[in-house]
Design a protein around this ligand. Structure first.
Ligand code: ADP
Ligand code: G3P
Length: 489
């Protein structure tokens, strides 16, 4: 048997893909699930619905694709589940990475002077994005949970950990280093849960999973018939970094799904950002972490969903490019899509979206253009910050994710970066990444160097915009952001 099942448990949908012996997708299934918004800035998922979607899509993909040798799991990161060790029942909905409910807790911890310590140990910042304060919120706000946790009755995990617990019938409480690295609780220098941070957030250590390499023995599942080993786990952005074969220091990938996440491989050096980028683990094999600088943007493809579902000026995502292409070029509109605050490099959870430069002639075309352009401008923010933190030659930006289907957006991205952008032939890089991790451990796929050689470009976008226009447009964006920030003082 030379096939692998990859589970990609994302923010809005779950995908299961069977990859053949040459790492080509052979069969796949996808299921969307409900987004719950119980209060302003809150985002939750029902872990049972996620669990159902995983079982359903896996069965469907396996029915079409045939037997597999092993399973790899990649997942939306930072999202928090707490469950009962006896029954496996969650004590509360999953609190999703986008959820901002712990903004004031983060502000208090910052005011108390904890941010430098947290950054030094975890590479992260005190922002509600990360798991730690969400877990603290559940312990402090859901009745009875703290007492049960103190008695050792409850387990915490990111989605990978919850799924593995369920898939192994509660036999394994594990995660991988890349998911642990996003919790705010894991010391990425020393490779262990951090006692000082657990104390700061008042989190019992007995709730935490064991942390393994990305390629490891995560347990066996009999859910689909004969027992199948789970041999690979990685957070989805890290899996995409692997899937894009960004194995050398200086290589960079940027993924455009709901949000946008750029990761720059920094090898065995954990770079301490001076520009509010994150330090994280890109992947970990044989106990050795490879580090990355990461820039996280909360709204990328989601701005296109807003054009469709909120403004109702397009019927489907591809139409956004038609409108943008028809826009009046003399209008300088800027959309700052701070719908859920701003992520890197601004980290302003209280900022909200804004549109600048409206005239009486501004219409759907100009707004659509500003929306797509906002994705390019935000990427430039990240890449400028990374270049300052990590000077030197970086190769072409490798892009992936649903939004890279838009040639218009990719061309603007290249224009505003003033740099070439490579779109690979395989766009399912997240699933490919974790399938490769699980498949090499199963002895099916080629080693790192062999896999890297299989990466192939579909299209390279090169800058067409003149430097004066580029500089003027980017300055206009910076001005729009400056006017939107609430933490500018
Ligand atoms: N042709 C397109 N033009 C612009 N945006 C697109 C296009 N196709 C898909 N998208 C955007 O890409 C996103 C979906 O990408 P995907 O990688 O599946 O995201 P996720 O894994 O976060 O759910 C959606 O937000 C959608 O609006
Ligand atoms: O599920 P995605 O593709 O939107 O990715 C979400 C990220 O992992 C959040 O950090």
């Amino acid at each position: 048997m030379t096939q692998i099942l990859a589970i990609d448990q994302g923010t809005t949908s779950t995908r299961a893909i069977v990859f053949d012996g040459d790492l080509r997708p052979k069969a796949s299934a996808q299921k969307e699930f409900t987004q719950h918004f119980p209060a302003s800035g809150w985002v939750e998922h029902d872990p049972e619905e996620i669990w159902d979607s995983v079982q359903e899509t896996c069965k469907d993909a396996l029915d079409q694709g045939g037997d597999v040798a092993a399973i790899g799991i990649t997942n939306q990161r930072e999202t928090v589940v707490v469950w009962d060790r006896e029954t496996g029942a969650p004590v509360y909905n999953a609190i999703v990475w986008q959820d901002r409910r712990t903004a004031s807790l983060c502000a208090d911890l910052k005011a108390a002077g904890h941010e430098d310590m947290v950054r030094e140990k975890t590479g992260l910042l005190l922002d509600p994005y990360f798991s730690g304060t969400k877990l603290a919120w559940i312990l402090d706000n859901v009745e009875g949970v703290r007492a049960r946790a103190q008695k050792g009755e409850l387990a915490f995990g990111t989605i990978d950990s919850f799924l593995i617990w369920r898939m192994t019938d509660g036999k394994r409480h594990v995660t991988d280093a890349t998911n642990a690295a996003r919790t705010l609780l894991y010391n990425i220098r020393d490779g262990r849960w951090d006692d000082d941070i657990l104390r700061m957030l008042n989190i019992p250590a007995n709730m935490l999973p064991e942390v393994l390499d990305c390629g490891a023995d995560f347990g066996e599942t009999s859910l689909f018939g004969a027992p199948l080993p789970i041999l690979g786990v990685a957070g989805d952005q890290q899996a995409a970094t692997v899937g894009q074969a960004c194995f050398q220091p200086g290589m960079l990938k940027s993924t455009y799904g709901t949000g946008c996440f750029a990761l720059l491989n920094t090898g065995d050096t954990l770079v301490t950002s001076q520009n509010r980028m994150l330090g994280t683990i890109a992947y970990q094999f044989d106990g050795t972490p490879t580090y990355a600088l990461e820039g996280s943007i909360f709204i990328a493809g989601a701005v296109v969903q807003w054009l469709r579902d909120g403004l109702k000026i397009i019927d489907d995502a591809p139409q956004s490019a038609d409108l943008a292409a028809a826009a009046d070029k003399t209008q300088d509109l800027y959309l700052v899509p701070a719908f859920t605050g701003l992520g890197a490099p601004y980290w302003d959870p209280d900022a909200r979206g804004a549109l600048y430069g409206l005239t009486r002639n501004s219409g759907p075309d100009e707004i659509a253009r500003a929306a797509l352009e906002s994705v390019g401008f935000q990427t430039r923010d990240l890449l400028e910050a990374m270049a300052a933190d990590y000077p030197g030659e970086t190769g072409n930006v490798r892009v992936d994710g649903g939004m890279t289907a838009s040639d218009w957006t990719m061309q603007f991205l290249s224009d505003i970066l003033g740099a070439p952008v490579d779109r690979p032939q395989v766009l399912e890089t997240t699933a490919v990444g974790v399938a490769w991790i699980a498949g090499t451990r199963a002895g099916i796929y080629q080693d790192q160097a062999g896999f890297a050689k299989t990466w192939a470009v579909d299209k390279t976008f090169t800058p067409q915009m003149d430097a004066t226009t580029r500089d003027a447009r980017y300055a206009g964006w910076k001005d729009a952001v400056a006017r939107t920030l609430t933490n500018r003082g």
